[in-house]
Structures are given as structure tokens and as C-alpha cells.
Design a protein around this ligand. Structure first.
Ligand code: GNR
Ligand code: NI
Length: 185
């Protein structure tokens, strides 16, 4: 069991498209388990492999109330989208504390492979439909703020970059404190 590090927007690795999974082996199983653990711990209702710097078409989602229904989708493809649209306030583990309204098709049908390589179909509405589209977007290198106006997106980008500088500064200060205590300076 390993907690994976989630990349933060605007890291360019989030914008890189993912490649199909071709080998269904033990390493894939381990990665999917770690992704599930990372998603539940965050906590989030979905996670795409590129968010943990693995550029393969793999997503995990669990929109259940009890958090006991992990869905693993390998090489997912959208089969159909409804005409009907819905607005949902989206968030993303790669954009902490940012929430914005996004309009998407209300229902979605997806085709994907399971951990053994077998194909299945999944239909969803509500949060599941939002989540499936949001995760499949990550595989293309798209994040939900790409649907916002350039002005809104730039404001969000600046805010996250500023936060990141502060996180790094705090970490550096803590490290120098530790080093001082250990008499390493
Ligand atoms: O945890 C998440 N919540 C969420 C809420 C509304 C719309 C989409 C999402 S997905 C997000 C987890 C995440 O970033 N997945 O890529
Ligand atoms: Ni996301």
C-alpha cells in the first residue's frame, strides 16, 4: 500500500495525454490499488493516473455514499453522451480548494476494460456522469478549468502558484529547523 503524490495544476505533466494500457499484469494491479488508496485518503470521488504522474489510460471512481464501490476503468472511452446538459460545481484533487460550475452532458455511457482486460459498459448520471467525464478528460490532459474563461483560469492559476510558493517556503523553513537541531549546520 502506497500513497501516491498528486500533481498540482498548472504542472505541465497534467496536460500530457495518456497512452493506452496494453499489459494487464501485477504492476497494473498494484498501481490501481495505490490509486484507490490515494483517492480515498485525499478524499476524492475519482482519480486519473496522470494526476499521479502515470501517463496511462487508467481511472478509478467511487461516488457511492458508503465509499464501498470502487470502479476501475482501464482504456475508458465515451460511447454516448446525452443531449440534456447539467451544471455541477466541480473540484479536482489537482486544484485544491477551487470549485467552479461546469456544464456537461447529464448522462454518459462508457466502455472500458477491467483489471483482467475484459471489456464492460457503464452508464451513469448525476455525480457519476460528471466524475466519469472529468476523469476521462484528465487522460486527454484536460482539467475542468479549461472550460472556464481565460480570465477565470488565469486567476486560478496565479492563486495556485502563489500557494505552491508558500508551501515550498514553509517546507524549506521546517527543514532548516530540523537540520539545526541535529547540528548539521
Ligand atoms: O474528488 C473529486 N470531486 C469532484 C467533484 C465534482 C466534480 C468532479 C470531481 S472529481 C474530484 C477528484 C479528481 O480530481 N479527479 O480527477
Ligand atoms: Ni480531477
Amino acid at each position: 500500500m502506497t500513497q501516491l503524490t498528486i500533481l498540482r495544476y498548472p504542472d505541465s505533466r497534467l496536460m500530457k495525454p495518456s497512452e493506452p494500457v496494453e499489459v494487464f499484469d501485477e504492476a497494473l494491479k498494484k498501481l490501481v490499488e495505490d490509486m484507490g488508496e490515494t483517492m480515498y485518503k485525499a478524499p476524492g470521488v475519482g482519480l486519473a493516473a496522470p494526476q499521479v504522474n502515470v501517463h496511462r489510460r487508467i481511472i478509478v471512481v467511487d461516488t457511492s455514499e458508503k465509499k464501498d464501490d470502487l470502479k476501475v476503468l482501464i482504456n475508458p472511452e465515451i460511447v454516448s453522451l446525452s443531449e440534456e446538459k447539467k451544471v455541477y460545481e466541480e473540484g479536482c484533487l489537482s486544484l485544491p480548494h477551487i470549485y467552479e460550475n461546469v456544464e456537461r452532458p447529464a448522462q454518459v455511457k462508457v466502455r472500458a476494460q477491467d483489471i483482467h482486460g475484459g471489456w464492460f459498459e457503464l452508464e451513469g448520471d448525476g455525480l457519476l456522469a460528471v466524475c466519469l467525464q472529468h476523469e476521462i478528460d484528465h487522460l486527454k490532459g484536460t482539467v475542468f478549468v479549461d472550460y472556464l474563461s481565460p480570465m477565470k483560469r488565469n486567476r486560478i492559476k496565479s492563486k495556485l502558484l502563489k500557494e505552491e510558493r508558500e508551501i515550498k517556503k514553509a517546507a524549506a523553513a521546517q527543514n532548516s529547523g530540523k537540520n539545526r537541531k541535529k547540528g548539521r549546520r
